[in-house]
Design a protein around this ligand. Structure first.
Ligand SMILES: Cc1cc2nc3c(=O)[nH]c(=O)nc-3n(C[C@H](O)[C@H](O)[C@H](O)COP(=O)(O)O)c2cc1C
Length: 206
């Protein structure tokens, strides 16, 4: 597949079919993840591949995603937001639990921080996070080439998720990525049109 075609095909998908994703597809995506640039040359990234319902339920419990979502309240919260952003949140928020449960595979992407998250003060201190996200993009592009998609869910109760997955204290979880084939009903949401020319500045911003 052409590179541009893969780039355009990658979209966030939150509705998965029950078709399984083979271990070789996941392995290949992780291998391609490791081809990303890394701030310290060490590629301090680890992956936990989750397939069991018990572990997925444990993630949902840790993240307290079990509570029902009040759509009226969500509509109020995002009332004054830009339409495409509101559309995305109203579609995404109610699906956070289901996407973890119904994806055949959830991949936890883990990195070794340079500076503890609580102590980061400069962009430079976040080099480790920047690097792992380069890895995540390679991972997602690699999946898209195989018609497999993911959604990058960022856990909030990281201490609990780390403990449940047995992640050593000095590591952090960058994202939990439910991965699967698209359900027939899956929709890719509207994107904001970007006038790229207007985002490029030459020599100075103004
Ligand atoms: C840093 C980051 C955090 C995100 N967190 C979540 C999340 O917690 N839950 C979710 O459903 N999607 C999450 N997303 C997916 C975004 O909503 C999605 O990438 C965005 O709407 C653009 O859509 P696209 O990926 O189809 O281009 C996240 C994406 C990024 C890059």
């Amino acid at each position: 597949m052409e590179f541009k075609e893969v780039l355009e095909r990658r979209r966030t998908i939150r509705d998965f079919s029950d078709r399984d994703v083979t271990p070789d597809i996941i392995m290949n995506a992780i291998e391609n993840g490791f081809k990303a640039p890394s701030y310290n040359h060490l590629r301090d990234w680890e992956f936990v591949v989750i397939r069991s319902s018990a572990t997925k339920i444990m993630l949902i419990d840790s993240e307290e995603l079990g509570k029902p979502v009040d759509m009226g309240e969500l509509n109020r919260i995002f009332e004054n937001e830009e339409a495409v952003k509101k559309e995305m949140y109203l579609d995404a928020i109610p699906k956070q639990k289901k996407m973890i449960l119904t994806a055949p595979v959830v991949v936890a992407v883990i990195f070794k921080p340079k500076t503890r998250v609580e102590e980061a003060r400069r962009v430079y201190d976040l080099n480790c996070l920047a690097s792992v996200w380069a890895c995540i993009e390679n991972f997602l592009l690699s999946l898209a080439e195989q018609d497999v998609f993911g959604v990058t869910y960022i856990p909030q109760n990281t201490a609990s998720v780390k403990e449940k997955l047995g992640v050593p204290g000095e590591y952090e979880i960058a994202a939990l990525i439910p991965v699967g084939y698209k359900a027939d009903s899956a929709k890719a949401l509207r994107q904001i049109d970007i006038d790229v020319q207007k985002r490029i500045h030459y020599e100075r911003w103004d």
